[in-house]
Design a protein around this ligand. Structure first.
Ligand SMILES: [Zn+2]
Length: 703
């Protein structure tokens, strides 16, 4: 690059990253709201009004008016173009509004943001059920028969959604299509400090102290998972598990009703079963596809499970004495962790010392920069000016590496990495503003993504340190950040992560593989005192720990999937007693009986469930639409693609920029604008298969 060009680039980068006409400015204004707490409620109400049904339908009435003017001879852009434009506005304005409830320190703003989400959801449902818009779309599709590419996909998707919502049905049947939702119940459980022995002090200090001296925790993952993994007292684990399993017991009463309603909906919409209705828009396409997938993987994993089942009960007896002859489901996480610590002599606490946040985070960002050919440029982060929503948030402009002018601008990203009061308690990425092409057909609306995580904070005697798990999570979430930033779609609805549900995790799962590559681990580690990287011995142990007890783990996942597909492919309630009888209450034995099918060596259940689990089934109902919509089988299903992609393209050189470019071009770039299977085939140069996945798992069995 010559000097003049270089200066020009610097100028563009440092002083004026391109801003879109409305969306990014809108975002900045919203963040400014967050920084001026006094005015928060007023601002939020104003934005809420802006994004409420009172505003958006104006555009939609306009669609119909234009169509009428043309005497039903509507064009693609009159209807589908206009619908897409409205949708882009909803995404671009709605996401930042609903985001605040996860990150703001101001409870009034969090409440307003949650209210905004409710308003947007209600509006979304109302919009989905607009028969007039659906009819307009059908007419426009009929008169526009030469569509191709993303335009064709847009039209087909909109029409399919209408059909799936029942808009093609006579009015009477349409009215029948109302289903019941399930309740989420928030539960808590309390223990004495002694009962919590073994749980790390930093976790226990986060539990609420009650007046009677007990410590209270919720059933959310960050609270309850460390208890399962570390609580020494088996009775503490049992009580927590029973509470965890039954805290949505309120849903038990509606379980059969919900299944019956789903059967009715499927019949009305002319699908064979509810599972066929749900899988139609997934990569797997049919319920039979789910059955076949589970059966295939399960048969191959059984030998791995058989090996695993001997290990943990033996360790339990060693710890708790010969009397501890039963291995319960609440023992699983505790002894799984202990097994890794004992057999591999690998403790999280030691590995952590080599993974300070200040070293790991920039290294991972560098890894992504070189692999994907991009560059992060830090931007000012002044809370007062509304750049960011909290002083700890970092803000970056992302550019193509070596960009010489504004055409190389990619988008913005925010990293909000540390825990604080009232903040979202897991790690996730929000596609705050979608990348898409504005209605003029030329101007690009730049994407904005935000990663929210909860990495440890520094203590007085040492810096913030990450466990290997934290590193994997950060690497994974970065994958979502780039899916949002690097897609190049025309329409906002196909942006980055807006792919079929069971493909969303594939890119990030594929990227995670690097966290078990010795050279990458050495590169990102630096002991907080000695500055030494992880030793080859420690790296070897970390790699070995990856698939410990994986057979049991995966079989359990598949079992949930099997249960899910069984109840959702049955055509009547008669299957319920049959399953109960044949499995002696399937629900109560969902883990125990599964492992019994592994056969000898003993008649003892490897993981007995205990008496508490009559409510286990209710956990399947925590999401209003049931697990099948999200796809329980999907966890294993997407790992198959992730393993295949990694082995076929990246295994030789996990950080290769050439492979990174192919990944950008065939996977990230198209986002949801083409069928995910087509993207996979283009990336692999052949149809995907499960060989790499099974080889990873089965190969681990012979270790
Ligand atoms: Zn993810």
């Amino acid at each position: 690059m010559n000097t003049v060009a270089h200066i020009a680039v610097q100028h563009v980068r440092l002083s004026s990253p391109p801003r879109t006409r409305t969306c990014n400015a809108n975002l900045a204004a919203l963040f400014a709201v967050g920084s001026r707490c006094g005015q928060v409620a007023v601002h939020c109400r104003r934005f809420l009004l802006f994004s409420s049904p009172a505003i958006f339908p104006i555009h939609e009435c306009d669609i119909l008016r234009r169509q009428q003017r043309r005497h039903l001879d509507s064009t693609f852009s009159d209807v589908f173009g206009a619908l897409a434009e409205t949708e882009s506005a909803i995404f671009a304005r709605g996401e930042p509004l609903t985001f605040y409830q996860n990150v703001s320190t101001n409870s009034a703003l969090r409440d307003a943001s949650a209210a905004a989400e409710v308003a947007l959801k209600e509006y979304g449902i109302e919009r989905e059920m607009r028969i007039d818009l659906f009819d307009a779309a059908k007419d426009a599709r009929a008169s526009a028969n030469t569509l191709s590419g993303e335009d064709e996909r847009l039209a087909d998707k909109i029409l399919l959604e209408g059909k799936r919502a029942g808009l093609d049905l006579p009015e009477e049947q349409r009215k029948e299509l109302e289903s019941k939702n399930c309740n989420e119940e928030k539960g808590k459980i309390a223990f004495t400090p002694e009962e919590l022995e073994g749980i790390p002090a930093d976790v226990v200090s986060g539990y609420a102290k009650r007046d009677d001296g007990k410590l209270e925790l919720t059933f959310k993952t960050p609270d309850v998972m460390p208890l399962f993994r570390y609580a020494k007292n088996p009775d503490t684990r049992r009580r927590a598990w029973e509470g965890y399993e039954s805290h949505v017991a309120i849903n038990a009463a509606v379980f059969e009703t919900v299944l019956a309603t789903r059967r009715k909906i499927a019949a009305l919409l002319k699908y064979d079963t509810w599972a066929d209705y749900i899988t139609e828009v997934k990569m797997v396409k049919t319920a039979q596809g789910v059955h076949d997938f589970i059966a295939d993987v399960e048969s191959k994993l059984l030998p791995v499970g058989k090996r695993d089942r001997k290990q943990l009960p033996a360790l339990k007896q060693k710890e708790e004495g010969a009397d501890a002859s039963e291995f319960y489901v609440w023992d699983w996480y505790y002894y799984d962790r202990l097994y890794v610590e004992r057999t591999l002599d690998l403790a999280d606490a030691l590995v952590k010392e080599y993974l300070p946040v200040q070293e790991v985070v920039p290294t991972i960002m560098n890894v992504y920069e070189s692999m994907l050919g991009v560059e992060f440029v830090p931007l000012s982060n002044d809370v007062e000016k509304g750049d960011i929503w909290h002083p700890e948030v970092q803000r970056f402009a992302v550019w193509e590496a070596g960009a010489t002018d504004a055409s190389g601008f990619v988008g913005y990203t925010y990293l909000d990495l540390y825990p604080r009061e009232g903040k979202y308690s897991h790690a996730a990425v929000w596609p705050l503003v979608p990348g898409f092409v504005l209605a003029d057909g030329k101007t690009r609306n730049y994407p904005v993504t935000a990663m929210v995580a909860n990495l440890a904070k520094p203590t007085p005697d040492r810096p913030a340190l990450m466990t290997h798990d934290n590193v994997v999570t950060f690497f994974h979430e970065m994958g979502h950040v780039f899916h949002g930033l690097l897609s190049r779609t025309k329409y906002a609805r196909f942006r980055g992560t807006s792919v079929a549900r069971n493909f969303v995790e594939v890119p990030s799962q594929m990227l995670e593989n690097r966290c078990w590559v010795p050279s990458v681990l050495a590169k990102m580690s630096s002991h907080y005192k000695t500055k030494e990287p992880l030793s080859p011995e420690l790296i070897d142990k970390i790699i070995k720990s990856r698939y410990v007890n994986i057979g049991m783990f995966m079989l359990r996942q598949l079992f949930f999937g099997k249960y899910d597909i069984t109840v959702h492919t049955s055509k009547s309630a008669s299957f319920l007693p049959a399953i109960h009888t044949s499995h002696n209450d399937l629900f109560s034995c969902r883990v125990g009986r599964l492992y019994e099918t592994l056969g000898p060596p003993s008649r003892r259940n490897l993981a007995r469930q205990g008496a508490s689990s009559r409510h286990a089934r209710t956990r399947f109902l925590r999401a209003p639409n049931g697990r099948l919509r999200r796809g329980i089988y999907g966890y294993a299903y997407s790992l198959v693609f992730a393993a295949d992609m990694y082995r076929a393209v990246f295994a030789k050189d996990p950080l290769s920029p050439e492979a990174g470019w192919l990944y950008r071009k065939q996977i990230l770039g198209p986002g949801g604008s083409r069928d995910e299977m087509d993207s996979l085939k283009a990336f692999l140069g052949r149809p995907p298969n499960s060989e790499a996945f099974l080889e990873q798992l089965l190969g681990s069995a012979s270790q």
